[in-house]
Design a protein around this ligand. Sequence first.
Ligand code: APR
Ligand code: PHB
Length: 394
Amino acid sequence: MRTQVGIVGAGPAGLLLSHLLHLRGIDSVILELRSRAYCESRVRAGVLEQGTVDILNAAGVGDRMRREGLPHLGIELRYGGAGHRIPFERLVPGRAITVYGQQEVVKDLIAARLEAGGAIHFEVPDVELHDLDTATPSITFQGQRLECDFIAGCDGFHGVSRPSIPEGVLTVYDRVYPFAWLGILARVKPSSEELIYAATDDGFALHSMRSPEVSRFYLQVPLDASLDDWPDERIWAELRNRLETVPGFTLASGPIMEKGITPMRSFVAEPMRYGRLFLAGDAAHIVPPTGAKGLNLAAADVRLLAEAIGHWYATGSADLLDGYSEACLKRVWRAQHFSWWMTTLLHTFESDDAYGRRLQRSYLDYVTSSEAAATTLAENYVGLPFEPFGTLDA
Ligand code: APR
Ligand code: PHB
Protein backbone atom coordinates (compact mmCIF):
# COMPACT_ATOMS: atom_id res chain seq x y z
CA MET A 1 0.00 0.00 0.00
CA ARG A 2 1.17 3.56 -0.57
CA THR A 3 -0.05 6.99 0.54
CA GLN A 4 1.48 10.42 1.07
CA VAL A 5 0.88 10.64 4.84
CA GLY A 6 0.39 7.66 7.15
CA ILE A 7 -1.55 8.70 10.28
CA VAL A 8 -1.61 6.58 13.45
CA GLY A 9 -4.72 7.25 15.53
CA ALA A 10 -8.31 8.29 14.75
CA GLY A 11 -8.77 10.71 17.62
CA PRO A 12 -9.28 14.44 17.09
CA ALA A 13 -5.64 14.96 16.03
CA GLY A 14 -5.48 12.18 13.44
CA LEU A 15 -8.92 12.78 11.99
CA LEU A 16 -8.57 16.56 11.73
CA LEU A 17 -5.09 16.24 10.20
CA SER A 18 -6.41 13.82 7.58
CA HIS A 19 -9.20 16.22 6.69
CA LEU A 20 -6.94 19.29 6.53
CA LEU A 21 -4.53 17.36 4.27
CA HIS A 22 -7.45 16.27 2.07
CA LEU A 23 -8.45 19.92 1.66
CA ARG A 24 -4.92 20.49 0.34
CA GLY A 25 -5.24 17.57 -2.08
CA ILE A 26 -2.91 15.37 -0.02
CA ASP A 27 -3.78 11.71 0.52
CA SER A 28 -3.53 10.03 3.90
CA VAL A 29 -4.43 6.73 5.51
CA ILE A 30 -5.47 6.50 9.18
CA LEU A 31 -4.70 3.36 11.17
CA GLU A 32 -6.74 3.12 14.40
CA LEU A 33 -6.38 0.55 17.15
CA ARG A 34 -9.97 0.60 18.37
CA SER A 35 -13.36 0.26 16.69
CA ARG A 36 -15.27 3.15 15.16
CA ALA A 37 -17.99 2.69 17.79
CA TYR A 38 -15.41 2.94 20.58
CA CYS A 39 -13.83 6.09 19.14
CA GLU A 40 -17.23 7.74 18.73
CA SER A 41 -18.45 6.84 22.21
CA ARG A 42 -15.45 7.76 24.38
CA VAL A 43 -16.57 10.55 26.70
CA ARG A 44 -13.66 12.99 26.84
CA ALA A 45 -13.28 16.76 26.83
CA GLY A 46 -16.05 19.18 26.06
CA VAL A 47 -14.75 22.74 25.61
CA LEU A 48 -13.63 24.14 22.26
CA GLU A 49 -11.51 27.28 22.19
CA GLN A 50 -12.46 30.03 19.74
CA GLY A 51 -9.51 28.98 17.56
CA THR A 52 -10.65 25.36 17.40
CA VAL A 53 -14.18 26.43 16.44
CA ASP A 54 -12.64 28.59 13.70
CA ILE A 55 -10.52 25.68 12.40
CA LEU A 56 -13.51 23.32 12.25
CA ASN A 57 -15.72 25.92 10.56
CA ALA A 58 -13.02 26.84 8.04
CA ALA A 59 -12.51 23.13 7.28
CA GLY A 60 -16.23 22.73 6.55
CA VAL A 61 -16.93 20.34 9.42
CA GLY A 62 -18.61 22.78 11.81
CA ASP A 63 -22.29 22.50 10.75
CA ARG A 64 -23.53 20.32 13.64
CA MET A 65 -21.21 22.09 16.08
CA ARG A 66 -22.87 25.39 15.13
CA ARG A 67 -26.33 23.79 15.54
CA GLU A 68 -25.76 21.81 18.71
CA GLY A 69 -22.71 23.39 20.36
CA LEU A 70 -23.33 25.73 23.31
CA PRO A 71 -21.48 29.07 23.03
CA HIS A 72 -20.49 30.34 26.47
CA LEU A 73 -19.44 33.90 27.28
CA GLY A 74 -18.15 33.27 30.78
CA ILE A 75 -17.38 30.82 33.56
CA GLU A 76 -17.92 31.00 37.34
CA LEU A 77 -15.29 30.49 40.01
CA ARG A 78 -17.12 29.42 43.19
CA TYR A 79 -15.34 29.44 46.56
CA GLY A 80 -15.77 30.81 50.09
CA GLY A 81 -19.56 30.79 49.83
CA ALA A 82 -19.73 33.06 46.79
CA GLY A 83 -19.72 32.79 43.00
CA HIS A 84 -17.50 35.04 40.81
CA ARG A 85 -18.17 35.24 37.07
CA ILE A 86 -15.28 35.68 34.64
CA PRO A 87 -17.04 37.62 31.84
CA PHE A 88 -15.34 36.83 28.51
CA GLU A 89 -17.53 39.31 26.65
CA ARG A 90 -15.98 42.18 28.65
CA LEU A 91 -12.47 40.89 29.18
CA VAL A 92 -11.79 39.35 25.74
CA PRO A 93 -14.52 40.80 23.47
CA GLY A 94 -15.43 38.63 20.49
CA ARG A 95 -13.84 35.48 21.86
CA ALA A 96 -15.83 32.73 23.57
CA ILE A 97 -15.80 28.98 24.13
CA THR A 98 -18.18 26.42 22.69
CA VAL A 99 -19.27 23.46 24.79
CA TYR A 100 -19.41 20.51 22.37
CA GLY A 101 -18.32 17.00 23.33
CA GLN A 102 -15.06 15.66 21.91
CA GLN A 103 -16.91 12.53 20.82
CA GLU A 104 -19.17 14.77 18.74
CA VAL A 105 -16.13 16.31 17.04
CA VAL A 106 -14.82 12.79 16.38
CA LYS A 107 -18.18 11.69 14.91
CA ASP A 108 -18.30 14.76 12.64
CA LEU A 109 -14.71 14.20 11.44
CA ILE A 110 -15.13 10.47 10.80
CA ALA A 111 -18.31 11.20 8.81
CA ALA A 112 -16.51 13.91 6.80
CA ARG A 113 -13.53 11.68 6.07
CA LEU A 114 -15.65 8.71 4.97
CA GLU A 115 -17.92 10.95 2.89
CA ALA A 116 -14.82 12.27 1.11
CA GLY A 117 -13.63 8.71 0.47
CA GLY A 118 -10.96 8.93 3.18
CA ALA A 119 -9.19 5.74 4.27
CA ILE A 120 -9.62 4.88 7.95
CA HIS A 121 -8.70 1.36 9.07
CA PHE A 122 -10.28 0.61 12.45
CA GLU A 123 -9.34 -2.25 14.81
CA VAL A 124 -5.72 -2.43 13.64
CA PRO A 125 -3.82 -3.96 16.58
CA ASP A 126 -0.21 -4.29 15.49
CA VAL A 127 0.99 -1.00 14.00
CA GLU A 128 4.78 -0.65 13.78
CA LEU A 129 6.75 2.27 12.35
CA HIS A 130 9.87 1.78 10.22
CA ASP A 131 12.74 3.78 8.67
CA LEU A 132 11.66 7.04 10.27
CA ASP A 133 15.08 8.63 9.63
CA THR A 134 14.91 7.97 5.88
CA ALA A 135 12.94 9.50 2.99
CA THR A 136 10.95 6.25 2.73
CA PRO A 137 9.32 5.59 6.09
CA SER A 138 6.63 2.92 6.33
CA ILE A 139 4.07 1.42 8.67
CA THR A 140 3.42 -2.31 8.97
CA PHE A 141 0.16 -3.76 10.25
CA GLN A 142 -1.79 -6.98 9.82
CA GLY A 143 0.86 -8.38 7.48
CA GLN A 144 0.77 -5.29 5.23
CA ARG A 145 3.20 -2.43 4.64
CA LEU A 146 2.02 1.15 4.07
CA GLU A 147 4.73 3.16 2.34
CA CYS A 148 4.45 6.91 2.81
CA ASP A 149 6.39 10.17 2.67
CA PHE A 150 5.47 11.20 6.21
CA ILE A 151 4.05 9.57 9.34
CA ALA A 152 1.89 11.52 11.81
CA GLY A 153 1.91 10.08 15.32
CA CYS A 154 -1.59 10.99 16.52
CA ASP A 155 -1.98 7.93 18.74
CA GLY A 156 -2.25 9.58 22.12
CA PHE A 157 -0.21 9.22 25.27
CA HIS A 158 -0.20 5.40 25.21
CA GLY A 159 0.42 5.08 21.49
CA VAL A 160 3.22 3.43 19.55
CA SER A 161 4.62 6.54 17.83
CA ARG A 162 6.51 8.32 20.62
CA PRO A 163 8.14 5.03 21.76
CA SER A 164 9.28 4.45 18.15
CA ILE A 165 11.72 7.35 18.54
CA PRO A 166 15.18 6.03 19.51
CA GLU A 167 16.49 6.47 23.05
CA GLY A 168 18.31 9.70 23.66
CA VAL A 169 16.43 11.76 21.05
CA LEU A 170 13.58 13.02 23.21
CA THR A 171 13.64 15.23 26.27
CA VAL A 172 10.64 14.45 28.46
CA TYR A 173 9.04 16.76 31.06
CA ASP A 174 6.62 15.03 33.39
CA ARG A 175 4.62 15.97 36.49
CA VAL A 176 1.99 13.80 38.19
CA TYR A 177 -0.56 15.42 40.51
CA PRO A 178 -1.49 13.92 43.90
CA PHE A 179 -5.15 13.43 42.98
CA ALA A 180 -7.44 12.34 40.14
CA TRP A 181 -10.76 13.44 38.59
CA LEU A 182 -13.91 11.37 38.84
CA GLY A 183 -15.89 12.28 35.70
CA ILE A 184 -19.68 11.82 35.61
CA LEU A 185 -22.12 12.07 32.71
CA ALA A 186 -25.71 12.41 33.94
CA ARG A 187 -29.03 12.71 32.15
CA VAL A 188 -30.17 15.79 33.99
CA LYS A 189 -30.75 19.39 32.94
CA PRO A 190 -27.70 21.48 33.88
CA SER A 191 -28.28 23.43 37.09
CA SER A 192 -26.24 26.31 35.71
CA GLU A 193 -26.13 28.03 32.33
CA GLU A 194 -22.34 28.29 32.50
CA LEU A 195 -19.49 26.16 33.82
CA ILE A 196 -18.83 26.34 37.57
CA TYR A 197 -15.31 25.70 38.88
CA ALA A 198 -15.71 25.14 42.63
CA ALA A 199 -12.80 25.20 45.11
CA THR A 200 -13.66 23.88 48.59
CA ASP A 201 -11.73 22.51 51.58
CA ASP A 202 -13.15 19.09 50.63
CA GLY A 203 -11.73 19.35 47.13
CA PHE A 204 -12.48 20.66 43.65
CA ALA A 205 -15.69 20.14 41.68
CA LEU A 206 -16.65 21.18 38.16
CA HIS A 207 -20.15 21.59 36.77
CA SER A 208 -20.13 21.37 32.99
CA MET A 209 -22.65 20.12 30.46
CA ARG A 210 -23.15 18.52 27.05
CA SER A 211 -26.68 19.62 26.08
CA PRO A 212 -29.86 21.08 27.67
CA GLU A 213 -30.61 17.53 28.87
CA VAL A 214 -27.15 16.21 29.79
CA SER A 215 -24.77 17.46 32.50
CA ARG A 216 -21.07 16.68 32.91
CA PHE A 217 -19.44 16.81 36.35
CA TYR A 218 -15.99 16.19 37.80
CA LEU A 219 -14.91 15.63 41.41
CA GLN A 220 -11.36 15.78 42.71
CA VAL A 221 -10.76 12.36 44.29
CA PRO A 222 -7.69 10.69 45.87
CA LEU A 223 -5.11 9.26 43.49
CA ASP A 224 -6.02 5.69 44.51
CA ALA A 225 -9.80 6.17 44.33
CA SER A 226 -11.77 3.48 42.52
CA LEU A 227 -15.28 3.56 41.11
CA ASP A 228 -16.25 1.03 43.79
CA ASP A 229 -15.66 3.83 46.33
CA TRP A 230 -18.14 6.05 44.51
CA PRO A 231 -21.69 4.73 44.25
CA ASP A 232 -24.12 7.19 42.63
CA GLU A 233 -25.57 8.32 45.96
CA ARG A 234 -22.13 9.31 47.24
CA ILE A 235 -21.35 11.13 43.98
CA TRP A 236 -24.47 13.28 44.21
CA ALA A 237 -23.93 13.95 47.91
CA GLU A 238 -20.36 15.14 47.29
CA LEU A 239 -21.36 17.21 44.26
CA ARG A 240 -23.99 18.91 46.39
CA ASN A 241 -21.47 19.37 49.20
CA ARG A 242 -19.01 21.13 46.87
CA LEU A 243 -21.44 23.01 44.59
CA GLU A 244 -24.41 24.01 46.81
CA THR A 245 -22.24 26.58 48.58
CA VAL A 246 -23.95 29.78 47.47
CA PRO A 247 -27.44 31.04 48.39
CA GLY A 248 -30.21 29.93 46.05
CA PHE A 249 -28.28 27.29 44.14
CA THR A 250 -29.70 23.75 44.09
CA LEU A 251 -28.05 20.94 42.15
CA ALA A 252 -30.48 18.77 40.18
CA SER A 253 -29.61 15.08 39.97
CA GLY A 254 -30.57 12.32 37.58
CA PRO A 255 -29.47 8.96 36.14
CA ILE A 256 -25.69 8.65 35.81
CA MET A 257 -24.93 7.32 32.31
CA GLU A 258 -21.15 7.06 32.56
CA LYS A 259 -18.45 7.54 35.16
CA GLY A 260 -14.68 7.19 35.07
CA ILE A 261 -11.54 8.15 36.97
CA THR A 262 -8.75 10.03 35.18
CA PRO A 263 -5.32 10.67 36.70
CA MET A 264 -3.94 14.20 36.39
CA ARG A 265 -0.68 14.68 34.58
CA SER A 266 1.45 17.33 32.86
CA PHE A 267 3.72 15.91 30.17
CA VAL A 268 5.72 17.19 27.19
CA ALA A 269 8.07 15.28 24.87
CA GLU A 270 10.48 17.43 22.83
CA PRO A 271 11.03 17.71 19.93
CA MET A 272 7.68 16.74 18.41
CA ARG A 273 9.48 15.24 15.43
CA TYR A 274 12.00 12.57 14.47
CA GLY A 275 12.96 12.38 10.79
CA ARG A 276 9.74 11.85 8.81
CA LEU A 277 7.69 11.14 11.99
CA PHE A 278 5.75 14.11 13.39
CA LEU A 279 3.94 13.86 16.74
CA ALA A 280 0.68 15.73 17.35
CA GLY A 281 -1.78 15.95 20.24
CA ASP A 282 -1.62 13.68 23.26
CA ALA A 283 1.17 11.64 21.64
CA ALA A 284 3.44 14.60 22.40
CA HIS A 285 1.85 16.33 25.39
CA ILE A 286 -0.68 15.90 28.18
CA VAL A 287 -2.28 18.57 30.38
CA PRO A 288 -4.43 18.26 33.50
CA PRO A 289 -7.99 18.84 32.17
CA THR A 290 -8.65 21.82 34.48
CA GLY A 291 -7.89 24.28 31.70
CA ALA A 292 -9.76 22.28 29.01
CA LYS A 293 -6.71 22.47 26.71
CA GLY A 294 -6.05 18.87 25.52
CA LEU A 295 -8.37 18.77 22.52
CA ASN A 296 -7.55 22.36 21.58
CA LEU A 297 -3.80 21.73 21.58
CA ALA A 298 -4.34 18.70 19.33
CA ALA A 299 -6.23 20.88 16.84
CA ALA A 300 -3.57 23.61 16.99
CA ASP A 301 -0.78 21.06 16.34
CA VAL A 302 -2.38 19.52 13.26
CA ARG A 303 -3.33 22.93 11.86
CA LEU A 304 0.42 23.63 11.67
CA LEU A 305 1.37 20.12 10.54
CA ALA A 306 -1.06 20.22 7.61
CA GLU A 307 0.39 23.62 6.60
CA ALA A 308 3.98 22.34 6.86
CA ILE A 309 3.32 19.14 4.88
CA GLY A 310 1.27 21.07 2.31
CA HIS A 311 4.17 23.53 1.89
CA TRP A 312 6.59 20.65 1.28
CA TYR A 313 4.46 19.11 -1.46
CA ALA A 314 3.82 22.52 -3.04
CA THR A 315 7.40 23.84 -2.99
CA GLY A 316 9.75 21.01 -1.96
CA SER A 317 10.87 23.25 0.90
CA ALA A 318 11.18 21.63 4.32
CA ASP A 319 11.42 24.93 6.18
CA LEU A 320 7.96 24.70 7.77
CA LEU A 321 8.52 21.02 8.60
CA ASP A 322 11.76 22.04 10.29
CA GLY A 323 9.88 24.77 12.19
CA TYR A 324 6.89 22.61 13.19
CA SER A 325 8.04 21.41 16.60
CA GLU A 326 9.22 24.81 17.84
CA ALA A 327 6.03 26.49 16.62
CA CYS A 328 3.81 23.90 18.34
CA LEU A 329 5.79 23.91 21.58
CA LYS A 330 5.39 27.67 22.03
CA ARG A 331 1.60 27.16 22.33
CA VAL A 332 1.98 23.84 24.15
CA TRP A 333 4.04 25.37 26.96
CA ARG A 334 1.65 28.32 27.33
CA ALA A 335 -1.20 25.78 27.73
CA GLN A 336 0.95 23.65 30.06
CA HIS A 337 1.47 26.61 32.34
CA PHE A 338 -2.18 27.69 32.22
CA SER A 339 -3.40 24.15 32.95
CA TRP A 340 -0.96 23.80 35.86
CA TRP A 341 -1.97 27.27 37.12
CA MET A 342 -5.73 26.53 36.99
CA THR A 343 -5.09 23.17 38.70
CA THR A 344 -3.02 24.61 41.56
CA LEU A 345 -5.43 27.53 41.95
CA LEU A 346 -8.53 25.37 42.39
CA HIS A 347 -7.56 22.01 43.88
CA THR A 348 -6.91 21.02 47.48
CA PHE A 349 -3.34 19.79 48.03
CA GLU A 350 -2.87 17.67 51.15
CA SER A 351 0.79 18.70 51.14
CA ASP A 352 -0.27 22.34 51.48
CA ASP A 353 0.19 23.90 54.91
CA ALA A 354 -2.07 26.62 56.32
CA TYR A 355 0.13 29.27 54.73
CA GLY A 356 -0.21 27.61 51.32
CA ARG A 357 -3.98 27.52 51.62
CA ARG A 358 -4.09 31.20 52.48
CA LEU A 359 -1.92 32.01 49.45
CA GLN A 360 -4.36 30.04 47.28
CA ARG A 361 -7.36 31.95 48.68
CA SER A 362 -5.56 35.25 48.20
CA TYR A 363 -4.87 34.38 44.56
CA LEU A 364 -8.53 33.45 44.01
CA ASP A 365 -9.56 36.78 45.56
CA TYR A 366 -7.14 38.58 43.23
CA VAL A 367 -8.30 36.76 40.07
CA THR A 368 -11.95 37.53 40.89
CA SER A 369 -11.43 41.19 41.79
CA SER A 370 -8.70 42.47 39.45
CA GLU A 371 -9.59 43.19 35.81
CA ALA A 372 -5.98 42.48 34.82
CA ALA A 373 -5.82 39.14 36.64
CA ALA A 374 -9.24 38.04 35.37
CA THR A 375 -8.18 38.98 31.82
CA THR A 376 -5.18 36.69 32.18
CA LEU A 377 -7.49 33.80 32.97
CA ALA A 378 -10.01 34.73 30.25
CA GLU A 379 -7.54 35.14 27.38
CA ASN A 380 -5.87 31.82 28.12
CA TYR A 381 -9.16 30.01 28.68
CA VAL A 382 -10.78 31.07 25.37
CA GLY A 383 -7.43 30.45 23.67
CA LEU A 384 -4.76 32.93 22.62
CA PRO A 385 -4.77 33.97 18.94
CA PHE A 386 -2.64 31.76 16.67
CA GLU A 387 0.84 32.94 15.70
CA PRO A 388 1.65 33.42 11.98
CA PHE A 389 3.04 30.23 10.35
CA GLY A 390 3.60 29.90 6.60
CA THR A 391 0.44 31.17 4.88
CA LEU A 392 -1.47 30.90 8.18
CA ASP A 393 -1.97 34.35 9.66
CA ALA A 394 -2.24 35.04 13.37
N1 APR B 1 -2.19 2.03 16.90
C1 APR B 1 -3.23 2.70 16.35
N2 APR B 1 -4.00 3.60 17.03
C2 APR B 1 -3.69 3.80 18.33
C3 APR B 1 -2.60 3.16 18.98
C4 APR B 1 -1.83 2.25 18.21
N3 APR B 1 -0.79 1.61 18.73
N4 APR B 1 -2.56 3.60 20.27
C5 APR B 1 -3.57 4.48 20.42
N5 APR B 1 -4.26 4.59 19.27
C6 APR B 1 -5.43 5.45 19.01
C7 APR B 1 -6.40 5.51 20.18
O1 APR B 1 -7.29 4.39 20.15
C8 APR B 1 -7.11 6.83 19.93
O2 APR B 1 -8.27 6.65 19.12
O3 APR B 1 -5.00 6.77 18.82
C9 APR B 1 -6.08 7.66 19.16
C10 APR B 1 -5.53 8.80 19.99
O4 APR B 1 -6.60 9.72 20.23
P1 APR B 1 -6.62 10.64 21.57
O5 APR B 1 -6.10 9.85 22.71
O6 APR B 1 -7.99 11.24 21.66
O7 APR B 1 -5.54 11.76 21.28
P2 APR B 1 -5.59 13.06 20.35
O8 APR B 1 -6.19 12.77 19.03
O9 APR B 1 -4.24 13.65 20.45
O10 APR B 1 -6.63 14.05 21.09
C11 APR B 1 -6.33 14.63 22.30
O11 APR B 1 -8.05 13.42 23.37
O12 APR B 1 -7.51 12.08 25.14
C12 APR B 1 -8.07 13.25 24.78
O13 APR B 1 -7.76 14.69 26.63
C13 APR B 1 -7.29 14.38 25.35
O14 APR B 1 -8.84 15.98 24.68
C14 APR B 1 -7.56 15.44 24.38
C15 APR B 1 -7.62 14.73 23.06
C1 PHB C 1 -15.96 19.08 30.14
O1 PHB C 1 -17.09 19.58 29.89
O2 PHB C 1 -15.69 17.88 29.91
C2 PHB C 1 -14.88 19.96 30.72
C3 PHB C 1 -15.10 21.33 30.81
C4 PHB C 1 -14.11 22.14 31.35
C5 PHB C 1 -12.91 21.57 31.79
C6 PHB C 1 -12.70 20.18 31.67
C7 PHB C 1 -13.69 19.38 31.14
O3 PHB C 1 -11.95 22.37 32.32
